[in-house]
Design a protein around this ligand. Sequence first.
Ligand code: PMP
Length: 356
Amino acid sequence: MSETSPRLRGALDGIPTYKPGKPAASGGPVAYKLSSNENPYPPLPGVMEQAVSAAGVFNRYPDMACTGLMNELADRFGVPHAHLATGTGSVGVAQQLIQATAGPGDEVMYAWRSFEAYPIITQISGAASIQVPLTAGEEHDLDAMADAITERTRLIFVCNPNNPTGTVVRRAELERFLDRVPGDVLVVLDEAYREFIRDSEVPDGIDLYRDRPNVAVLRTFSKAYGLAGLRVGFAVAHEPVATALRKTAVPFGVSQIAQEAAIASLRAEDELLGRVGTLVTERDRVRRSLIGQGWTVAETQANFVWLRLGERTLDFAAACEAAGVVVRPFAGEGVRVTVGEMEANDIFLQVAGAFR
Ligand code: PMP
């Protein structure tokens, strides 16, 4: 056997692989997965039915243009088809956005800590990551981000609400920031958790993008719509950006099953958003309980809470697991805990109470 191995791009050395949230242990005590910000509700029967109807034709490639889904999205959000692009989850679309805008010598900026895929997909492109620390209150520091823009900046992610802190950027500060960003820099408003927002001062990116050609909005069916396993997300952006997304898409990347389930989910939106309402109530209960226990918890507008634990992070995560819930630790920083079934949230709260 040859001793040599294929010559991979040197730039790939040292790039970590994306880590999924740890699954719930099988065979142990009751184990709940609160590590990936998924929707705890099972699929709606009607959505399941429509998805299954597409399973009968999986000897065929899916509709590459996602025509039916694009029609539904255009109607639902009041945007032209030419401003829409679908992809394999919103992380897939985010990767395409970087691919379309940045390469070696360029910079991609985002707050830190934020969504853990941003540094990975940036590094894959060969561009440099510019990470601007969150404020002491765990919020985006948009003034510092605007100050950090250089001639090499190509793309800026604003994760709203931010993963893993749940904190939001409000209208006035976001508009002030957008006014400071040069028109040739793409600002990506990552709104994966948009449907969980109850703060009326948080703008809807799809309103903001309309008169700003350098703004793109990312949305997903993975969270509020409960289709994480089917991998479908989309972007709303002006035509040149949306066209670039079509060019960088993995051909046939969204299965017909995913397309049909997404269409059915949009049609069942009232029921799905009702479930979101229940999760929001539960999120607020969890946060209030933590504050009652004496924790400082940033105000979250997403389907998770963030606990700063520093050196105790891994011990806390292990204690949760021993009690039957799997949370997401970021070593030395804190844990992100998805709001799940009430029973699971209660187990987490018990562990948190014991840790105070
Ligand atoms: N953006 C943010 C902020 C996220 O937290 C996630 C999922 N963890 C995604 C994008 C990607 O979600 P998906 O690829 O499932 O659409």
